[in-house]
Design a protein around this ligand. Sequence first.
Ligand code: DAH
Length: 344
Amino acid sequence: MKEKLEQILKDAEKEINCAASVQCLENVKIKYLSRKGELNTIKKNLKDLSDEDKRVIGSLANNISNQLEQMLEAKNEELYKIELNKKLLEEKIDLTLPSDYTPQGKVHPLTQTINEIVEIFQGLGFSVMPSEYSPEVETEYINFDMLNFPPEHPAKDMQDTFYTKTAPNVILRSQTSGAQIRQMLNQKPPVRVISPGRVYRCEAVSARKNNLFHQIEGLLVDKDITFGDLKGILNEFVRIYFGSARPTRFRASYFPFTEPSAEVDVQCIMCGGKGCRTCSGTGWLEVLGSGMVHANVLKNVGIDPEIYSGFAFGMGVERLTMLKYAINDIRLFFNNDIRFLRQF
Ligand code: DAH
């Protein structure tokens, strides 16, 4: 048994030295030191020996098992270092290599403004009107007549309209206000909606005017709605959109579909109210039109103006974006110059 143990030590030593990897070494360990390994098999047979032999052989077996553990550990450390170095070499990263360029898209500034305004009004209890109430190709009837523009009234000249040749009285809508009509024809009060969309006007393109632009229409109709409600909502909107530091004012105005009507101005961002070219010397810039829904409009859609009242407003998305970021040319939104768009 003694010889057998010495043979085990020799064999194991050889195998440990020859092991080429941590995994090989682990196999050697299992072969000699595990519960079913060779040393244990001998230890199990000790019970058949005399007491004296038990002591001598037992201690030798323990001795050998300790030696093997130490050898395995030393070899393991050596192999681990070698493998680690090899791995580090293989996986070396060249930090000076240029990385893959993945250009990131951005949301168009006008879409950003629309999203922001929609979110503000959602916070004030408004929901977005279904898009089918807000078509860009519209009838003159909805765009003008139902909104209390009298036939042939000079008010129609306020907005130069694109007419189609294919169908009489079919136009590209000049304002989003027609959406009010479609909404009220489809829903009885209470109504509390906004509707963003494109509008078209036949005008010469300049730094201030484009023949396609965007508006956001708002409409609230219920019992006991007053001009105070209109002022409260619009003041809150301007405060959130521009920040509380920007002075605003309501100025009496005229729209055929509201009575009374008001325009909201904010203090000019260019001159801070002193008067400059941007604000034509007034110190104020108009940001939206609004008013109490005209009794005739309510009657046109079958809502009794004796029972219900409401307010409406319409704002220009380009204008609001230009005022917020001090952009001086509306055409920048439509030229798709990446150097401009990238800034938002
Ligand atoms: N539609 C008007 C325009 O394009 C803006 C407007 C004014 C909308 C007053 C409204 C309103 O809803 O109440 O000039």
